[in-house]
Design a protein around this ligand. Structure first.
Ligand code: B4P
Length: 183
């Protein structure tokens, strides 16, 4: 199963990813986690990404695509992409890469959550990029650069929408009801 989790920051992608990869025995690839690991390690890539992430911007497509090509090229089993793609350029590059590998996406799961709920969640989590001004910036960047992917994947016929509000286990059950069809 080859799946993408699409949604605003704080819509629950990272939260739901854990249960999904356990149920379907697929590999979880989170660009946010990969970038935070680079920052923590103090690598050259991490140093370039750190200030951008703390300001709520998107790390450049070149950096993210280089990181993802290395990860996806070697994968034999299915995967769950979490936080990637986040721009049209990333989505088109992913399509080209997967076409070369002969492994097109099965499904893109869009988490539908309103911005008030997202702001409440992120403020109570309190990560370095979870302060009000940065959250506003992240949501604005999402509206401008990531939200167009909803239509992009709907036009390709692979979009599935799940309402991402409510108890975490209930949202998981809705997700499994959708993804079981792609097993
Ligand atoms: P990410 O790590 O992808 O983080 P996110 O979008 O903030 O979080 P997510 O949607 O996974 O929310 P979560 O489940 O954690 O990105 C961080 C930064 O990295 C970006 O701003 C950017 O700078 C950079 N980056 C990453 N990918 C990139 C790319 N492809 N290109 C360029 N830059 C990139 O949930 C959030 C909170 O909500 C948690 O506290 C959770 O407990 C809570 N929650 C979840 N579900 C809930 C529910 N149902 N009810 C109540 N609370 C819930």
């Amino acid at each position: 199963m080859r799946t993408v989790l699409l949604g605003a920051p704080g819509s629950g992608k990272g939260t739901q990813a854990e249960g999904i990869v356990a149920r379907y025995a697929i590999t979880h690839i989170s660009t946010g986690d990969l970038l935070r690991a680079e920052v923590a390690a103090g690598s050259e890539l991490g140093n370039r990404a750190k200030a951008i992430m703390e300001a709520g911007g998107l790390v450049s497509d070149d950096i993210v695509l280089g990181m993802m090509e290395a990860k996806l090229g070697g994968l034999e089993k299915g995967f769950l992409l979490d936080g990637f793609p986040r721009t049209l350029a990333q989505a088109e590059s992913l399509d080209n890469l997967l076409a070369r590998l002969g492994k097109p996406l099965d499904c893109v799961l869009f988490f539908d959550v309103d911005f008030d709920e997202i702001t409440r969640r992120l403020l109570s989590r309190g990560r370095a990029d979870d302060v009000e001004e940065v959250i506003r910036k992240r949501l604005a960047v999402y509206e401008e650069q990531t939200a167009p992917l909803i239509e992009y994947y709907a036009n390709k016929g692979v979009l599935q929408t799940v309402k991402g509000v409510g108890v975490i286990e209930e949202i998981s059950a809705k997700i499994f009801a959708v993804l079981d069809a792609y097993r």
